[in-house]
Ligand binder design. Sequence first.
Ligand code: ADP
Ligand code: ZN
Length: 432
Amino acid sequence: MSAYWDEHVETMSPAPLAELQLKRLRWTLAQAYRSPHYGTLFAEKGIQPDKIRSIEDIRRLPFTSKQDLRAQFPLGLVCVELREIIRLHSSSGTTGQATVVFHSRHDIEKWADLVSRCMHMTGVRPDDVFQNLTGYGLFTGGLGFHYGGERLGALTIPSGTGNSKRQIRLMQQFGTTVIHLIPSYAMRLMQVMEKVGVDPRRDLKLRVAFLGAEPHSEEIRQRVERYFGVEAFNSYGLSEMNGPGVAFECPRKQGMHIWEDAFLVEIIDPQSLDPIEPGQEGELVLTTLTREAMPIIRYRTSDLTRILPEVCECGRAHARLDRIKGRTDDMLIIKGVNIYPLQVEQALMEISEVGQNYLIVLERVDSVDTMRVRVEVHPDVFQEDLAHLKRLQDKITQELRNEILITPKVELVQPNSLPRSEGKAVRVEDRR
Ligand code: ADP
Ligand code: ZN
């Protein structure tokens, strides 16, 4: 069976791909013109879809921000009749009021196909059993992957979130081979498996895991791979661009292919809004190219990444995004130093005594901002004497200082003692 789900599109060379994008961009703009928001905006700015001559002309179009989506809530970006809309989804609301996206039947089919393409790329086939351990409902990870799994032909188990013991039982009963879950839940599931005495490498048939929806370090991937005995692939998406299925790792696991037949990619400087030098890090900006009910033009994702320069050895021409570093507003400034929570995670997870969870606490002491890192460590660490604990604490402090250039206070805590959120992990508690 072919390595490709859609060989023609996946291996398209740059020129025909750009041609396809241009055609789809014109269609998208004509479509967008019908919505109240873009209709008004384009008319004001004298933008005519049929005057778009090349992909570079995208730079003359206005950006769309999360604020625009909120201001236009609920129907301001919709360009079809209600009877053509068959579903809505919304973002998780991590950074404020959730945004809503409407889909036509065509949109749902295109989306499902993109997710199948991602899954197929990692080697998932119809004889796989796919358990989807993410939230069904307004969150896009549940239904997004569900439709992708079904379209591919895998037996798809809509297990949803939570109830870890039941999740493990389902894996045993149905011989689950592929799982999709958010990385912080994967870490939690490890603890539960340990507790109930299930060794996934011995007792389960897992071989592939999809990790997505929140920033996570390479070290987390490796821990998941080692513990579950799987190959883990990074999955990136956002509800404004459907949800999962936007960018995904191929078997090389060096960056995520972003499907350029469906999304037009730009990387900009979040301050000046100018395009950034190829290969440099900046804010990801995306334009939908195949969405009918609610196209979105130049959406500022607020996610920081870069485009990897080389062409991937897997044969797919579509650009690759580097691991997402976080959102522009995740950046912490402590004592004048810029720090991303992901840097803290990376340093911590390389230390074998460090357990599954951590929390960054920011406080203001005598009008100075300080950072405390609370770290769950393995249970046996607490069996050791105080001198040993002190050495571990010093080691963690040292490793963190090397990575983030300031010296945080490190506190070692018992496994499973830090608060856990229902959905995406909250890594920072700001008490300032
Ligand atoms: P919200 O913005 O409310 O969390 P979504 O559920 O739509 O809503 O989440 C999309 C966001 O999740 C992305 O913009 C990005 O910040 C984050 N995200 C999704 N997948 C990944 C990933 N693989 N790595 C890092 N961050 C991710
Ligand atoms: Zn590749």
